[in-house]
Design a protein around this ligand. Sequence first.
Ligand SMILES: Nc1ncnc2c1ncn2[C@@H]1O[C@H](COP(=O)(O)OP(=O)(O)OP(=O)(O)O)[C@@H](O)[C@H]1O
Ligand SMILES: [Mg+2]
Length: 394
Amino acid sequence: MSAPEQGAARQAHLLIVDDEPVILQILRAVFEDQPYRVTTVATGSDARAVIAEQGCDILVTDKNLPDVGGLDLLRLAKERDPSTEVIVVTGYGSLETAIAAMELGAYDYVLKPLNNVFEIRRKVERALDRQRISRENTRLLAELRHKNDELQVALQEARELQIELIHSEKLAGIGTLAAGVAHEISSPLFGIMGLAEAILEESEIALVHDYAQEIVDYSTSIKDIVVELSDYSRSSSSEVHGSVHLDQIARDALRLVERSADVQGIEFRLQIPEDLRLLARVNEIQQVFVNLLKNAADAVRDRHGSDGGLVEIHAGRDGEQIWCEVRDNGVGIPAERLASVFDPFFTTKPPGKGTGLGLNVVWRLLTKYRGTVGIESEVGVGTAIRFKLPPQSD
Ligand SMILES: Nc1ncnc2c1ncn2[C@@H]1O[C@H](COP(=O)(O)OP(=O)(O)OP(=O)(O)O)[C@@H](O)[C@H]1O
Ligand SMILES: [Mg+2]
């Protein structure tokens, strides 16, 4: 075995195997002036040792070696590094041998006698070119897979963040609603206290019974208010999809918004056909309505105060799609701001009044349901937000 010639680290390693010393000598000479690290060996077992210890980029091997055959070396080299290219030299002019070699993954073959030694040099050069391209492709593919994995992770994180964002926006909105709820609870509570005091003073059993019944009624209405609010604050990811009535959801959302003390004097008109249904999470569609109605209420109050504000909710079918519109006669939005209203954190409300997430959440939820949303507005006239959803929204 001749010692491998030392070369630069990135030099291609060429392993040449032939049991005929003359041929080995010729081939060594052919590659002498080439920028490769060339190892020449005369037996299959020496070649096997080189492959096992160092591997090679290109293997040029005689097919018929007395000990380990050329095709076995081919297999060993490919096992160690599948990108190794192999050129088989076959002595019998036998095409069958050549075909067998190609089937095993040889890059090319050369027939003995070697009439044109430079032919083998060209084949080695071409094999190296192909190898370079295929290794580069493999590297790019791995990089792409890695990037793809990273993107998948980022996408999953973004999804989780979005769910969190939608939920926290809802919780922030509950602050406003809670003020109205407290207000609404206070009157039945006041009634209960009065009745309880009356019971303490009352000796007639029939009257005590009536008072107690009234206390039960007041308590039931408080319970209903609390249940509605806690239903709304529940995280929607735990809720299952179902066939829901748009009309019912809009009414529930309206009741939640109306509980806020600051909708007084605003007229809400709701006209949704009772049979409009879609497959969705009640909680999410309700959140869409709550946000749109809160915005509309703010806008009409800004323009009309507590007299003259009107918010209309209409819905219907447009072919397969379900459309819904929330229209108000509020302050309107200047044309140059229209493009920003769906952006997260865009708000014109004073600190503490708005987070600027309402419409962004509306947009996210509707997009999730494969819906679309559009806005029309004119300053001093009002705003209409219209969304469309496929009936079998998922
Ligand atoms: N119906 C409307 N009429 C007039 N302006 C509106 C209307 N709806 C939204 N806007 C404008 O779009 C901005 C963004 O609305 P969005 O609901 O996203 O946030 P917000 O209402 O300011 O705060 P949040 O809803 O998070 O409490 C509002 O600040 C307001 O300027
Ligand atoms: Mg809002």
